[in-house]
Design a binder for this molecule. Structure first.
Ligand code: GDP
Ligand code: NAG
Ligand code: NAG
Ligand code: MG
Length: 524
């Protein structure tokens, strides 16, 4: 038995040796195939992250890297009245240090913008020591007053208050069972920009514990925003979880009605209108909500009208239409208020670079007060992100917003990471694209090639020294929201006078065209 086995084994070994080359080739091609598969997962087809956007109303300030030293010495450049702002807790110190290390090495080692840390409890001496040692920039620590953090006393004492929060927890709405999370959302929605430390600035950059930046930011985003007359900047645009904000839009619409607000053009990033048909026919406007409802509904009307006019009750089509109309009832769209619906898209507000006065103004403050009275910060789990977005949508135009497409950013497992720019435009080299990294301090030095190699550059890229890794890109996973943004920065001005705000299909005109076709068919 053993002998036989040995014999077989020897034979097997010989065979392997003989086919070693083939086996090697097989193994290599397997590895290559896997590599291609993985990278094609990342670059899958028509995804946004592979394309330029038509930058008519907004575009990246610089593609690739620029020489920061030169930039800061150029005439006209001035450091802005700005700081980082972070609300956080003592026990998050590790995560805060991670964030700071990332922002320092990718940006702030060159620009030295100060930090403001806020907490509902006093920061410990240890927290302050660790944080201050992370940066050469100024750091201040603030403790929130009770009125800045807690819900008003009369709210807290309601039975309904605790009950509402518990009930949202039972329904497993993300974080909604935590009173502190509701307070945090309320604080960021309408209070942070009034804090005395924050108010000392004209601009702020919001950061959070445990976020990560993937690319170097070699220019000053505050300065560039000011120069381009931008008011609010974002990196991630995604849809909100419906059950955290079921009544937010309803209240927002009543605010609009009560105050006679005319939303500006940014409104159309967040809201779709069902009021698409120009008509005084009540029945038609009730039944038509979408573009695809228009033709069938008007064709039905034409067929019925024709039958009634000709009194031809043998007209099968007319009769069929009459019966189906009498059986139908207007469609209910639960989330349609004043003929509009919130599409749930919002700028993800754990990253924001903005002017403080986009929120610190009478209009936005009265919006916040209105929402506060409705109780939605505890009856529901309204996040500051959709509230900021709807507020901005009422106040600003699309061109007031900047998409920091070149800033690679991760929070939780959502990430945006741009491709590096290789310096090519329309097939020819116009710039270096990438430049070598020059740390300001020893502690920011990076390991050398190949362990720290930056991503390969492409012509469509915009990043500077990005290292992205192979994870899903949020431009592609939240492409419904990205579609709207890409359309809005590219479209003609006339779009804002039509689709987004007022009925744009002329029912009379369309009816006469359909009737013309119908009659020529009938009389054939
Ligand atoms: N001081 C303090 N900060 C909080 C509290 N809850 C949340 N935060 C901070 O608020 C920000 C958002 O909270 P986080 O838990 O990260 O929410 P997420 O980003 O939506 O998952 C983070 O900077 C937290 O450190 C709290 O109870 N006290
Ligand atoms: C830090 O703060 C002090 C006191 O407010 C100020 O005089 C100084 O210029 C600040 N330093 C930087 C680098 O901003
Ligand atoms: C920065 O801006 C704030 C708010 O506009 C203002 O009160 C403050 O005086 C400014 N500080 C400087 C140094 O310009
Ligand atoms: Mg967070």
């Amino acid at each position: 038995m053993l002998k036989l086995n040995l014999h077989v084994w020897k034979k097997f070994q010989r065979a392997i040796r003989r086919h070693l080359l083939i086996l090697c080739c097989l193994a290599i091609s397997l590895i290559v195939t896997l590599g291609v598969l993985i990278s094609s997962l990342r670059d899958s087809g028509d995804s946004y992250s592979n394309y330029d956007m038509i930058e008519k109303r907004d575009g990246v300030f610089y593609k690739g890297c620029i020489d920061t030293e030169q930039y800061m010495q150029a005439p006209g450049y001035e450091k802005m009245n700005a700081s980082f702002v972070m609300l956080t807790r003592n026990e998050e110190v590790k995560e805060v240090l991670k964030t700071m290390h990332s922002i320092e090495t990718h940006f702030n080692q060159w620009f030295q913008y100060p930090y403001i840390f806020l907490n509902n409890e006093p920061f410990t001496a240890d927290f302050k020591r660790q944080i201050s040692s992370m940066t050469k920039a100024n750091v201040t620590f603030g403790t929130l007053e009770e009125s800045e953090w807690e819900f008003p006393k009369e709210v807290r004492e309601k039975f309904a208050f605790q009950n509402a929060i518990q009930e949202q927890g039972d329904r497993a709405i993300l974080y909604a069972n935590m009173e502190s999370y509701h307070k945090m959302c309320r604080f960021y929605s309408g209070i942070f920009y009034k804090h005395p430390l924050v108010k000392q600035n004209e601009w702020y950059w919001r950061i959070e514990p445990d976020v990560e930046f993937f690319c170097d930011i070699t220019y000053d985003p505050f300065y560039e925003m000011a120069k381009a007359d931008k008011k609010y900047g974002f990196t991630v645009l995604i849809p909100e979880i419906y059950w955290s904000v079921p009544n937010l839009f309803r209240y927002t619409r009543s605010f609009i009605r009560q105050n006679n607000v005319t939303p500006r053009s940014l409104w159309s990033l967040f809201v779709s209108s069902f009021d698409i048909l120009k008509t005084d026919n009540e029945e038609l406007s009730q039944f038509v909500n979408h573009g695809w409802d228009v033709e069938p509904k008007i064709s039905q009307k034409v067929a019925i009208d024709h039958m009634l006019e000709t009194e031809d009750f043998e007209d099968d089509l007319g009769m069929e239409m009459l019966i189906s109309r009498s059986r139908s009832k207007p469609p209910t769209l639960e989330d349609k208020f004043d003929n509009q619906e919130y599409n749930l898209c919002h700028f993800w507000s754990n990253f924001e670079i903005a002017r403080l006065d986009v929120f610190d103004n009478d209009f936005y403050n009265s919006y916040f007060e209105f929402l506060e009275k409705s109780g939605g910060f505890w009856r529901e789990r309204w996040g500051d992100a959709p509230i900021h977005s709807l507020g901005l949508g009422m106040m600003l135009n699309v061109e007031d917003i900047h998409y920091f497409r070149d800033i690679g950013y991760r929070h939780s497992d959502v990430r945006h990471c741009p491709k590096n720019w290789n310096g090519f435009q329309d097939g020819s080299k116009v710039s270096d694209g990438q430049l070598p990294y020059h740390p300001n301090e020893q502690r920011f030095s990076r390991k050398s090639f190949p362990w720290s190699a930056y991503d390969q550059g492409t012509e469509k890229g915009s990043g500077c020294r990005c290292k992205c890794g192979y994870k899903r890109e949020v431009e592609d996973t939240a492409s419904d929201c990205m579609n709207v943004w890409a359309d809005l920065i590219a479209c003609d001005d006339s779009y804002f006078e039509s689709a987004a705000f007022s009925p744009y299909i002329d029912a009379k005109q369309l009816e006469s065209n359909i009737k013309h076709d119908y009659l020529s068919n009938v009389h054939q």
